[in-house]
Design a protein around this ligand. Sequence first.
Ligand code: MG
Ligand code: ZN
Length: 221
Amino acid sequence: MRKPVIFCDFDGTVTKKDNIISIMKQFAPPEWEKWKDGVLSQSVSIQEGVGNMFALLPSSLRKDIVEYVVNTAQIREGFGEFAQYTKSQGIPLYIVSGGIDFFVKPMLEPFDSIAGLYCNEADFSGENIHIRWPHGCDQECPNQNCGCCKPAIIRHTANSNMYSVVIGDSVTDLQAAKIADSVIARDYLLEKCKELSIPFQSFETFYDCIEILEKLKVNIK
Ligand code: MG
Ligand code: ZN
């Protein structure tokens, strides 16, 4: 029997809203919207858009930003129970996120049963925040501009003895969903899976995800 391993998105999946957007709304000068619109319309890459948004913020804001996100972001119902469940079942739970380490890590701190975190990184040594991209695309990724490349992370973490489960909500999870053995989706990712005939199960809370995994467990060969 193959061993399940979970690759779970963060923004819009573990948290209810996108944290980069809420940070920019709270702290950035209005120019950030031009970069956001560029990313959404795909006229600028994720690296360029997100990099330029954070470059609008002084490094001195670090503590304020972390406090703001930790205090205001809502974690989706059942995530704590879900993390516990995966641990008790011996299923590794990896968080794969297009977010940035300095705010994702503190938000995940209460959940000590996570196997690993892959995300982008912030450098505060300069006047303004500089974003680094340690998990770029591999040669097999059709996008070649993911920022944090989820399919590449799956390819180098999972092997043929594993059964990969992707949980996500948006376009940045699509290439990962295409190569996963099983997809748990909501929102835009769910619509995209329907459109492209990628098999998926839908979720709204992480209690749903526990139920889905319980059923899956029986069927994995
Ligand atoms: Mg997301
Ligand atoms: Zn990629």
